[in-house]
Write a protein that binds this ligand. Structure first.
Ligand SMILES: [Mg+2]
Length: 105
């Protein structure tokens, strides 16, 4: 699924439920941050090795994947509400990053 397909699916999902009225840019940005907090709860107090070990457990890995997906869904909705094309935005930002941080020999 590319960003455009993802946008179509999450917008359809929320419109079918009548949630669009709650999805102001501010609310969506806050919601993305809240979901990022939920993701970080999985890492709080854990070392890098403990985290790598923990995701070998399927349920734990799925719980983390769920939070990553929640963040992606809210950011996709935020971009939609602001008229931002995510395919273009990510491509453009990668180009900027490449110019800012050139590959060194
Ligand atoms: Mg969540």
């Amino acid at each position: 699924m590319n960003f455009q397909e993802l946008e179509k699916r999450v917008v359809a999902f929320r419109d079918e439920r009548g949630w669009a009225k709650y999805h102001t840019p501010k609310n969506l940005a806050i919601s993305a941050a809240v979901e990022l907090g939920e993701l970080l709860e999985h890492f709080q107090w854990e070392g890098d090795e403990e985290i790598r070990e923990a995701v070998k457990d399927r349920a734990k890995k799925e719980a983390i994947a769920d939070e990553i997906a929640d963040v992606m869904i809210y950011l996709t909705l935020l971009a939609h509400e602001l008229g931002i094309d995510l395919d273009e935005a990510v491509e453009r930002k990668l180009e900027k990053n490449g110019e800012k941080y050139p590959i060194r020999d």
